[in-house]
Write a protein that binds this ligand. Sequence first.
Ligand code: HEC
Length: 113
Amino acid sequence: MIYSTVLVLVLALTSPVQEKADKKVDETGFIVDKGLIMVKANCTSCHGPKLIQQNRADAEGWKAIIRTMQKEHGLWQMAPEIEKQVIDYLARNYKPEKRGRRKPLDVPKAWLN
Ligand code: HEC
């Protein structure tokens, strides 16, 4: 009990996360948002943050990346609620660009009437 209180305090004091700060970037280049502390704790010991920041994926995609990381690179299992925070953070902040997969077809006007 005392331990979890201390942990919460330590997290609160050391976390740069301000939930309202939109698109603020911290000293490692990560977008400051809820869950970042879990990403840093689990994802930056083997490779730098850049490798993550330069990727884009939706939640499914990030999950697949994490599974690959676990199968092939020795990433440990995360507790489900921690993994969820990591995936939520990544899918929210490093998602594919808003544009659709491809541009709409360029249909000649003559075809439309
Ligand atoms: C135990 C070590 C380890 C941990 C922890 C780890 N990774 Fe990796 N990761 C690797 C290795 C090794 C590679 C391949 C590096 C390379 O290709 O230079 C890699 C590559 C990647 C890539 C690039 C994949 C690609 O196809 O370009 C991404 C994205 C990535 N990791 C994300 C993550 C995320 C997100 C986490 C936390 C959930 C994480 N990694 C934690 C070892 C790790």
